[in-house]
Design a binder for this molecule. Structure first.
Ligand SMILES: [Zn+2]
Length: 349
């Protein structure tokens, strides 16, 4: 049935948690979905979510400041000492909202149960190195299993997670506001975290420890544009690996400018190997790998245009190998990597 937080201090008294949201921060359909998620959870009779009155410990549902990355999250697993957040991507579905509420209520991922090997296989080889810790098993006293293993649990992440969806929160801190990109990437075996503020162009690189927690910052670039620094307003930042080399791809939606940097030996930003001025307005950029090579999928929300470019052996973005027009309205495209194959997911929000 589940894997719940072991520490009694992080359990909500009486399995009852106050929650709250600012109506003005969310769209009517998001509010409808939140309300449905709450009534679904309350209908189980196992937990009770109540609208916050004056309680000091409560869950606030807030919109995610980096929209359309497909990632929703809960700031804590279980009850914290005060206000805690469930962050939702725009138009998050009822199931995703229930999932994040369950984290906040103290439920961990089903696939982290110590008995999971009897039911599922976890292929660490195909997953992004920075995600491996999300598949570590959890055991008492940190977590306690409840009931039989549930393959259909809403807390069970399958293939998508293996290719990079966010799992349980391993670490959380209160940094300054306004970070628009948080990208785990790798330099060889070292997992790193890139943080970027679109508004100011501030870029910070941290190591990620083997247990998934955020390690020390080893690079900061706070210089204004034109000084060799990254500059502001990059809307898509992606990592890919060609052979044994790692690269970071940057795309600026407003101007169509793109660039590729190598990742240096220490994980820091290496040499810029490509800079080009594409047409503006590309909304999504997703690298993916097939047995024939590595490619970049590009989607333009405004007119539904799709390009797939080959990524060359030197890490640069090469020629277009496929182009289509799917029609306007697709707000987001993502690529799910499953072993040697990749599948494309298009979302109309
Ligand atoms: Zn989760």
């Amino acid at each position: 049935m589940g894997l719940i937080i072991g520490l009694v201090a992080n359990r909500w008294p009486g399995n009852c948690a106050p929650y709250f949201y600012e109506k003005g921060q969310l769209t009517p359909s998001e509010i409808t979905n939140i309300n449905t998620a709450v009534s679904n959870l309350n209908a189980t009779g196992l937990v009770r979510l109540i609208w916050r009155a004056a309680q000091t410990r409560y869950i606030q549902v807030v919109p995610d400041y980096q929209p359309l990355d497909g990632i929703c999250w809960s700031s804590h697993t279980g009850m914290s000492a005060g206000r805690q957040e469930v962050k939702l991507d725009p138009n998050a579905g009822v199931g995703v909202i229930m999932h994040e509420f369950l984290h906040a209520l103290g439920v961990s991922h089903e696939h982290k149960r110590p008995d999971r090997d009897d039911f599922v296989g976890v292929n660490y080889r195909v997953m992004n190195i920075s995600r491996r810790a999300d598949f570590d098993k959890a055991a008492a006293p940190a977590a306690v299993i409840v009931g039989p293993y549930d393959l259909d649990s809403i807390m069970h992440i399958r293939d998508v997670a293996a290719s990079g969806a966010i799992g349980a929160i391993r670490d959380n801190r209160d940094w300054s506001s306004d970070w628009t990109t948080a990208l785990p990437y790798a330099r060889g075996p070292q997992a790193c975290l890139l943080l970027y503020k679109r508004s100011s162009g501030l870029l910070r690189l941290h190591t990620l420890a083997a247990n998934g927690t955020v390690g020390p910052m080893f690079e900061e670039s706070a210089l204004p544009p034109g000084t060799g620094a990254i500059g502001d307003d990059w809307t898509s930042i992606k990592h890919y690996r060609i052979g044994s080399s790692d690269y970071l791809f940057f795309l600026r939606k407003s101007t169509g400018e793109m660039m590729v940097h190598g990742v240096g030996y220490n994980g820091g930003l290496g040499q810029r190997i490509q800079f080009a001025d594409w047409s503006s307005d590309w909304t999504s950029a997703e690298p993916f790998t097939t047995p024939n090579g590595t490619f970049l999928f590009l989607l333009k929300t405004s007119d539904g245009k799709v390009h797939v470019n080959r990524i060359e052996d030197d890490g640069s973005i090469g020629p277009i190998v496929d182009q289509r027009n799917f029609g306007a309205g697709w707000t987001s495209g993502a690529v799910i990597q499953r072993g040697a194959n990749a599948a494309l997911v298009l979302i109309k929000a």
